[in-house]
Design a protein around this ligand. Structure first.
Ligand code: MTE
Ligand code: MO
Length: 251
Protein backbone atom coordinates (compact mmCIF):
# COMPACT_ATOMS: atom_id res chain seq x y z
CA UNK A 1 0.00 0.00 0.00
CA UNK A 2 2.21 2.77 -1.22
CA UNK A 3 -0.31 5.45 -0.14
CA UNK A 4 -0.25 4.40 3.48
CA UNK A 5 3.45 3.86 3.40
CA UNK A 6 4.13 7.27 1.97
CA UNK A 7 1.79 8.88 4.51
CA UNK A 8 3.56 7.01 7.29
CA UNK A 9 6.92 8.06 5.88
CA UNK A 10 5.68 11.59 5.74
CA UNK A 11 4.80 11.54 9.42
CA UNK A 12 8.02 9.82 10.38
CA UNK A 13 9.97 12.18 8.12
CA UNK A 14 8.26 15.20 9.66
CA UNK A 15 9.18 13.99 13.13
CA UNK A 16 12.82 13.44 12.33
CA UNK A 17 13.03 16.81 10.60
CA UNK A 18 11.76 18.48 13.75
CA UNK A 19 14.22 16.52 15.86
CA UNK A 20 17.20 17.05 13.55
CA UNK A 21 19.98 18.90 15.29
CA UNK A 22 18.52 18.36 18.78
CA UNK A 23 21.01 15.71 19.86
CA UNK A 24 22.75 17.94 22.40
CA UNK A 25 19.54 19.22 23.93
CA UNK A 26 18.03 15.75 24.30
CA UNK A 27 20.47 14.88 27.10
CA UNK A 28 18.49 17.15 29.46
CA UNK A 29 15.72 15.25 31.33
CA UNK A 30 12.97 17.83 30.63
CA UNK A 31 13.75 17.82 26.95
CA UNK A 32 13.80 14.01 26.94
CA UNK A 33 10.36 14.00 28.54
CA UNK A 34 9.05 16.51 26.02
CA UNK A 35 10.44 14.45 23.19
CA UNK A 36 8.78 11.29 24.36
CA UNK A 37 5.49 13.16 24.75
CA UNK A 38 6.01 14.33 21.20
CA UNK A 39 6.51 10.75 20.06
CA UNK A 40 3.29 9.74 21.80
CA UNK A 41 1.45 12.60 20.12
CA UNK A 42 2.87 11.62 16.76
CA UNK A 43 1.77 8.00 17.31
CA UNK A 44 -1.77 9.10 18.07
CA UNK A 45 -1.70 11.40 15.04
CA UNK A 46 -0.77 8.35 13.01
CA UNK A 47 -3.65 6.38 14.51
CA UNK A 48 -5.99 9.22 13.68
CA UNK A 49 -4.71 9.74 10.15
CA UNK A 50 -4.22 6.13 9.17
CA UNK A 51 -6.27 4.01 11.55
CA UNK A 52 -9.46 5.99 11.19
CA UNK A 53 -9.22 6.25 7.41
CA UNK A 54 -8.71 2.50 7.12
CA UNK A 55 -11.73 1.57 9.24
CA UNK A 56 -14.52 -0.25 7.44
CA UNK A 57 -17.91 1.32 6.74
CA UNK A 58 -20.78 -0.60 8.37
CA UNK A 59 -22.06 -3.54 6.39
CA UNK A 60 -25.64 -4.77 6.55
CA UNK A 61 -27.64 -7.91 5.75
CA UNK A 62 -30.04 -8.72 2.94
CA UNK A 63 -32.91 -8.02 5.37
CA UNK A 64 -31.76 -4.39 5.44
CA UNK A 65 -31.86 -3.80 1.66
CA UNK A 66 -33.88 -0.69 0.78
CA UNK A 67 -37.00 -1.51 -1.22
CA UNK A 68 -36.36 1.63 -3.26
CA UNK A 69 -32.93 3.03 -4.09
CA UNK A 70 -33.42 6.23 -5.99
CA UNK A 71 -31.47 7.26 -9.05
CA UNK A 72 -29.80 10.60 -8.46
CA UNK A 73 -27.86 13.03 -10.64
CA UNK A 74 -27.52 11.71 -14.17
CA UNK A 75 -30.10 9.02 -14.90
CA UNK A 76 -29.00 8.50 -18.50
CA UNK A 77 -26.12 9.47 -20.74
CA UNK A 78 -26.42 11.05 -24.19
CA UNK A 79 -22.76 10.92 -25.32
CA UNK A 80 -22.84 9.06 -28.68
CA UNK A 81 -20.08 6.60 -27.72
CA UNK A 82 -21.91 5.66 -24.56
CA UNK A 83 -25.26 5.32 -26.34
CA UNK A 84 -23.63 2.97 -28.86
CA UNK A 85 -22.07 0.82 -26.11
CA UNK A 86 -25.33 0.71 -24.14
CA UNK A 87 -27.21 -0.38 -27.27
CA UNK A 88 -25.14 -3.54 -27.56
CA UNK A 89 -25.03 -4.34 -23.87
CA UNK A 90 -21.49 -2.94 -23.38
CA UNK A 91 -20.17 -6.03 -25.22
CA UNK A 92 -17.18 -4.17 -26.74
CA UNK A 93 -16.86 -1.48 -24.06
CA UNK A 94 -13.57 -1.33 -22.18
CA UNK A 95 -12.37 0.44 -19.05
CA UNK A 96 -9.07 2.30 -19.46
CA UNK A 97 -6.60 2.42 -16.56
CA UNK A 98 -3.79 4.82 -17.37
CA UNK A 99 -1.78 7.84 -16.24
CA UNK A 100 1.06 7.16 -13.78
CA UNK A 101 1.13 3.38 -14.21
CA UNK A 102 3.81 1.05 -15.60
CA UNK A 103 1.30 -0.88 -17.70
CA UNK A 104 -1.85 0.87 -18.91
CA UNK A 105 -4.83 -1.49 -18.98
CA UNK A 106 -7.86 -1.82 -21.19
CA UNK A 107 -10.38 -4.14 -19.54
CA UNK A 108 -13.59 -5.55 -20.94
CA UNK A 109 -16.61 -6.10 -18.75
CA UNK A 110 -15.92 -9.84 -19.08
CA UNK A 111 -12.38 -9.37 -17.79
CA UNK A 112 -13.66 -7.30 -14.86
CA UNK A 113 -16.30 -9.90 -14.01
CA UNK A 114 -13.66 -12.66 -14.17
CA UNK A 115 -11.34 -10.84 -11.71
CA UNK A 116 -11.52 -11.52 -7.95
CA UNK A 117 -14.58 -9.71 -6.64
CA UNK A 118 -15.97 -8.31 -3.42
CA UNK A 119 -19.63 -8.08 -2.43
CA UNK A 120 -20.79 -5.69 0.27
CA UNK A 121 -24.10 -4.42 1.60
CA UNK A 122 -23.64 -0.77 2.51
CA UNK A 123 -25.57 2.43 3.07
CA UNK A 124 -25.27 5.19 0.49
CA UNK A 125 -25.57 8.67 2.00
CA UNK A 126 -26.35 11.53 -0.35
CA UNK A 127 -25.48 15.06 0.68
CA UNK A 128 -29.08 16.03 -0.18
CA UNK A 129 -30.24 14.11 2.89
CA UNK A 130 -31.37 10.68 1.74
CA UNK A 131 -29.81 7.26 2.33
CA UNK A 132 -30.36 3.80 0.90
CA UNK A 133 -28.91 0.35 1.45
CA UNK A 134 -27.88 -1.93 -1.43
CA UNK A 135 -25.66 -4.88 -2.19
CA UNK A 136 -22.75 -4.08 -4.50
CA UNK A 137 -20.43 -6.48 -6.30
CA UNK A 138 -17.28 -5.42 -8.09
CA UNK A 139 -13.53 -5.51 -8.44
CA UNK A 140 -11.40 -3.98 -5.67
CA UNK A 141 -9.80 -0.85 -7.14
CA UNK A 142 -6.51 -1.68 -5.37
CA UNK A 143 -6.25 -4.90 -7.32
CA UNK A 144 -6.48 -3.09 -10.67
CA UNK A 145 -3.96 -0.47 -9.56
CA UNK A 146 -1.50 -3.16 -8.50
CA UNK A 147 -2.04 -4.95 -11.80
CA UNK A 148 -1.32 -1.73 -13.69
CA UNK A 149 1.81 -1.10 -11.61
CA UNK A 150 0.93 2.21 -9.96
CA UNK A 151 3.89 4.58 -10.03
CA UNK A 152 5.42 5.83 -6.77
CA UNK A 153 4.70 9.36 -8.06
CA UNK A 154 0.92 8.78 -8.16
CA UNK A 155 -1.04 10.51 -5.37
CA UNK A 156 -4.62 10.55 -6.65
CA UNK A 157 -6.91 8.32 -8.69
CA UNK A 158 -9.26 10.12 -11.05
CA UNK A 159 -12.51 8.68 -12.41
CA UNK A 160 -13.59 10.02 -15.79
CA UNK A 161 -17.30 9.51 -16.44
CA UNK A 162 -19.38 9.37 -19.63
CA UNK A 163 -21.96 11.98 -18.57
CA UNK A 164 -21.83 15.75 -18.29
CA UNK A 165 -23.90 18.63 -16.94
CA UNK A 166 -24.17 21.85 -18.97
CA UNK A 167 -21.18 20.73 -21.03
CA UNK A 168 -19.03 19.94 -17.99
CA UNK A 169 -17.90 16.32 -17.75
CA UNK A 170 -18.61 14.52 -14.46
CA UNK A 171 -15.42 13.32 -12.83
CA UNK A 172 -14.23 12.50 -9.34
CA UNK A 173 -11.00 11.70 -7.54
CA UNK A 174 -9.79 10.03 -4.36
CA UNK A 175 -6.44 9.64 -2.62
CA UNK A 176 -4.49 6.41 -2.28
CA UNK A 177 -5.77 5.65 1.22
CA UNK A 178 -9.28 5.36 -0.18
CA UNK A 179 -8.09 3.80 -3.44
CA UNK A 180 -6.59 0.86 -1.53
CA UNK A 181 -9.36 0.69 1.10
CA UNK A 182 -10.82 -2.84 1.00
CA UNK A 183 -14.38 -1.57 0.44
CA UNK A 184 -13.43 0.63 -2.51
CA UNK A 185 -14.67 -1.30 -5.51
CA UNK A 186 -15.67 -0.76 -9.12
CA UNK A 187 -19.14 -2.21 -9.05
CA UNK A 188 -20.74 -3.90 -12.04
CA UNK A 189 -23.67 -5.37 -10.09
CA UNK A 190 -26.24 -3.98 -7.67
CA UNK A 191 -28.48 -6.29 -5.66
CA UNK A 192 -27.03 -9.20 -7.67
CA UNK A 193 -28.22 -7.84 -11.02
CA UNK A 194 -26.09 -6.09 -13.65
CA UNK A 195 -25.89 -2.37 -12.88
CA UNK A 196 -28.78 -0.50 -14.52
CA UNK A 197 -28.11 2.59 -16.61
CA UNK A 198 -29.69 4.81 -13.94
CA UNK A 199 -27.29 3.51 -11.30
CA UNK A 200 -24.21 3.92 -13.53
CA UNK A 201 -23.86 1.03 -16.00
CA UNK A 202 -21.62 -0.57 -16.83
CA UNK A 203 -19.32 0.36 -13.95
CA UNK A 204 -19.47 2.73 -10.96
CA UNK A 205 -17.27 3.50 -8.03
CA UNK A 206 -18.21 2.57 -4.47
CA UNK A 207 -16.05 4.45 -1.98
CA UNK A 208 -17.95 3.59 1.16
CA UNK A 209 -16.34 6.00 3.63
CA UNK A 210 -17.48 9.02 1.62
CA UNK A 211 -20.69 10.76 0.57
CA UNK A 212 -22.72 9.90 -2.54
CA UNK A 213 -21.30 12.41 -5.00
CA UNK A 214 -17.86 10.74 -4.74
CA UNK A 215 -19.34 7.45 -6.05
CA UNK A 216 -18.74 8.14 -9.74
CA UNK A 217 -21.20 6.41 -12.10
CA UNK A 218 -20.52 5.62 -15.79
CA UNK A 219 -16.76 5.25 -15.18
CA UNK A 220 -14.96 5.05 -18.52
CA UNK A 221 -11.40 5.77 -17.56
CA UNK A 222 -9.31 5.66 -14.41
CA UNK A 223 -6.26 7.87 -14.36
CA UNK A 224 -3.45 7.95 -11.79
CA UNK A 225 -2.07 11.46 -11.30
CA UNK A 226 0.36 13.35 -9.12
CA UNK A 227 -1.79 16.47 -8.82
CA UNK A 228 -5.42 17.42 -9.40
CA UNK A 229 -4.71 20.99 -10.39
CA UNK A 230 -4.44 20.35 -14.14
CA UNK A 231 -7.84 18.65 -14.40
CA UNK A 232 -11.03 20.52 -15.29
CA UNK A 233 -11.62 23.15 -12.56
CA UNK A 234 -8.68 21.84 -10.50
CA UNK A 235 -10.64 20.88 -7.37
CA UNK A 236 -10.81 17.16 -8.07
CA UNK A 237 -14.47 16.67 -8.93
CA UNK A 238 -17.51 18.00 -10.75
CA UNK A 239 -19.30 19.22 -7.60
CA UNK A 240 -16.07 20.39 -6.02
CA UNK A 241 -15.40 22.59 -9.08
CA UNK A 242 -18.93 23.86 -9.63
CA UNK A 243 -20.47 24.09 -6.14
CA UNK A 244 -17.49 24.11 -3.78
CA UNK A 245 -18.40 20.72 -2.31
CA UNK A 246 -15.71 19.26 -0.06
CA UNK A 247 -13.15 17.15 -1.92
CA UNK A 248 -12.85 14.82 1.08
CA UNK A 249 -16.45 13.94 1.93
CA UNK A 250 -15.85 11.50 4.79
CA UNK A 251 -18.76 9.93 6.67
N1 MTE B 1 -21.21 10.13 -13.37
C1 MTE B 1 -21.98 10.52 -12.35
N2 MTE B 1 -21.76 9.99 -11.14
C2 MTE B 1 -22.52 10.35 -10.09
C3 MTE B 1 -23.55 11.33 -10.21
C4 MTE B 1 -23.78 11.86 -11.50
O1 MTE B 1 -24.67 12.69 -11.73
N3 MTE B 1 -22.98 11.43 -12.54
N4 MTE B 1 -24.28 11.71 -9.09
C5 MTE B 1 -23.68 11.43 -7.78
C6 MTE B 1 -24.60 11.58 -6.65
S1 MTE B 1 -24.86 13.13 -6.03
C7 MTE B 1 -25.12 10.49 -5.99
S2 MTE B 1 -26.04 10.65 -4.59
C8 MTE B 1 -24.95 9.15 -6.56
C9 MTE B 1 -26.31 8.61 -6.92
O2 MTE B 1 -26.19 7.27 -7.29
P1 MTE B 1 -27.52 6.50 -7.69
O3 MTE B 1 -28.08 7.18 -8.92
O4 MTE B 1 -27.10 5.09 -7.93
O5 MTE B 1 -28.47 6.66 -6.54
O6 MTE B 1 -24.14 9.10 -7.72
C10 MTE B 1 -23.08 10.04 -7.74
N5 MTE B 1 -22.28 9.78 -8.89
MO1 MO C 1 -25.71 12.81 -3.91
Amino acid sequence: MSGLLSRRNLLAGGGSLLLAGCDRLSSSPTVRETLSLGEKASRSAQRWLIGDRQALASEFTRADLSPVFRVNGSARVTAPDYVRHAANGFADWTLAVDGLVAQPLSLSLGALRAAPSRTQITRHDCVEGWSAIAEWTGVPLGLLLRRAGLSARARYIVFHCADSFAGKPYYESIDLVDAFHPQTILAYAMNRAPLSIGHGAPLRLRVERQLGYKHAKYVMRIEAVESLSGLHGGKGGFWEDSHDYQWYAGI
